[in-house]
Ligand binder design. Sequence first.
Ligand SMILES: [Fe+2]
Length: 345
Amino acid sequence: MLFEQIATGGCQSYLVGCAATRAAVLIDPELSRVDEYRGLIGQLGLHLRYVVDTHTHADHFSGSRDIGRALDVPVVMHRFSPAPHAAFRLDEGDLLMAGDLRLKAIHTPGHTADSMCLLLEDRVFTGDTLLIGGTGRTDLPTGDAHALYESLFEKVLTLPPETLVFPAHDYKQRSHSTIAAELADNPRLQKRTRAEFVAMMQGLDLTAPTHLTEALRTNMTGAKPVSQLLAEAAAKVPFMSLAELASRVGSNTCDMVILDLREREAFDAGHVPGAVHLPRGQLELRVNTDLPDPTVKILTCCEFGKISTLAAATLRELGYLRATALEGGLAAWRDAAYPLSDRAA
Ligand SMILES: [Fe+2]
């Protein structure tokens, strides 16, 4: 078996491959690492057959939908997953076959209703059901401490004690554990009666994970986080550096439209000399009258360089094929002490 463990902060992803056939399965990929997984799959000469999410993640952005689309591979989740991009849904005991690999789905609700563990030969991928020295929390949507108790004590912990445990998270750079080690040392597993365990889980006063709302929204629907929307727009437009713009403004050879997309108040308080004002909210409404020449070079700018990136991508879609975005925006322009004008253009 080919086995790669890829950590992204506290998130753990796994790439497993069949040595004989090169068929592979990717488990719990993280959105920001999609290019790296693809590189690794190519480097190892693997052919990805499935990409699996062990559950609907609430604390990070899943890369499954993007990998699935890019490599034309089905996204696999448990039957109870709400994600519309899951093409392949597993029931208790189902086997996922990839070459000689046989991954067995064990439905382990508790952390979420759609949580599953995947048993592969000598190891089990436990998602957030069982962590090293911990368990998944049960206070997020679809969490259930009673269900987690049953999943742990009636299913996962009844696996052979030597079974290797590979969780979806570890924040202390530990790679894996075993069922025996967790039974012996995991503080949360020392509460062995249902009542004690449930009381302990319900008494945990945990802070909400960062990105909770956005991660749930995007992982449950297969939609994009804002950062990805911006990254996709950025991939469609070129940028101009602050220094390049400053030299053009200073040299009086500025043969482009500098389009300031901020609100009127911000524009009036100080803008790049020669900039014209067209607030982002009115861009599509006024583009035909304000920008009649599609061959002109347009430089979009805003406060932080994000709205201007989206606007430049929109302008390119509308046929302004020389639309460019200012890198950094007016905040960086001011910080660099480049000239500002408060005269209306
Ligand atoms: Fe989770």
